[in-house]
Design a binder for this molecule. Structure first.
Ligand SMILES: C[S@@+](CC[C@H](N)C(=O)[O-])C[C@H]1O[C@@H](n2cnc3c(N)ncnc32)[C@H](O)[C@@H]1O
Length: 225
């Protein structure tokens, strides 16, 4: 029997989703992080806006018609501020930052970058691979297994298999995980399947609601087996 419940602790109008080890809220990430003491999270895996202003066209090929995704409510044209990174490093022991190559002014030199090779041909208008900065000192690694088509609800949705690969490599059972930019909720599905405790938030109400429904559907489906 699975337990799906909502709680009214959230300061916003939308109630958080609390299911298993997942706590998902609709709020600004600075607000979320302000509630936690230093080093509370073992690992932050975050995917902030890259500040390149083309999020709503991502995922399209040359010649494709208009994007089906709505414009972000959040300030998606700007990378997070120095205050955000200070707060992220305060509340978490280690960090993985997707799009770190767009935010180097707030990051330190690292030997351990991650590369997600999307496996697309050169006719796509978006990047063929993405990079993540990490606070780890091990060697750089590449994830190149592009999954079969997953149901997309977000323009910059990352595959759950990518998050599972990261958890396998950089987390250990019992770790508390933080995501300050939930988007579609792919990380929540990975954390649920691998039994990690995840705290995450999303600023955009529409994406929060879609992610919430996606997570509820996934958890309910898993409980059938
Ligand atoms: C690059 S997307 C994340 C995609 C996600 N990794 C996935 O797999 O679907 C960034 C998300 O952060 C959200 N966002 C932007 N600013 C935020 C903030 N200050 N607090 C919380 N979420 C924010 C945006 O609405 C967007 O959905």
């Amino acid at each position: 029997m699975i337990e799906l419940k909502t709680e009214s602790a959230c300061s916003k109008t939308l109630l958080p989703l609390v299911v298993g080890g997942l706590t998902i809220t609709c709020e600004d990430n600075m607000e979320l992080m302000s509630r936690y003491p230093d080093n509370y999270f073992d690992l932050a895996i975050v995917d902030p806006p890259y500040g390149i202003g083309i999020n709503v066209s991502m995922g399209r090929r040359k010649g494709d018609k208009k994007s089906k995704y709505h414009k972000f409510a959040g300030n998606d044209n700007e990378t997070p501020t120095a205050e955000y990174f200070n707060e992220l490093k305060r509340v978490s022991k280690n960090q993985i930052v997707w799009g770190g190559n767009y935010m180097i002014e707030n990051l330190t030199p690292s030997p351990c970058w991650l590369m997600w090779d999307k496996g697309f041909s050169e006719d796509v208008t978006f990047a063929q691979f993405e990079l993540a900065w990490t606070s780890f000192t091990s060697s750089a690694k590449k994830f190149d297994k592009h999954p079969s088509q997953q149901h997309r609800i977000h323009p910059t949705q990352k595959p759950t298999t990518l998050y599972k690969w990261i958890l396998d490599k950089y987390a250990k059972q019992g770790d508390k995980i933080l995501d300050t930019h939930l988007g579609s909720g792919s990380i929540a599905i990975a954390c649920h399947d691998y039994k990690y405790e995840l705290t995450a938030c999303e600023l955009d109400e529409e994406y929060f609601n879609k992610a919430k429904q996606r997570i509820i559907n996934h958890v309910a489906q898993q409980s059938l087996f």
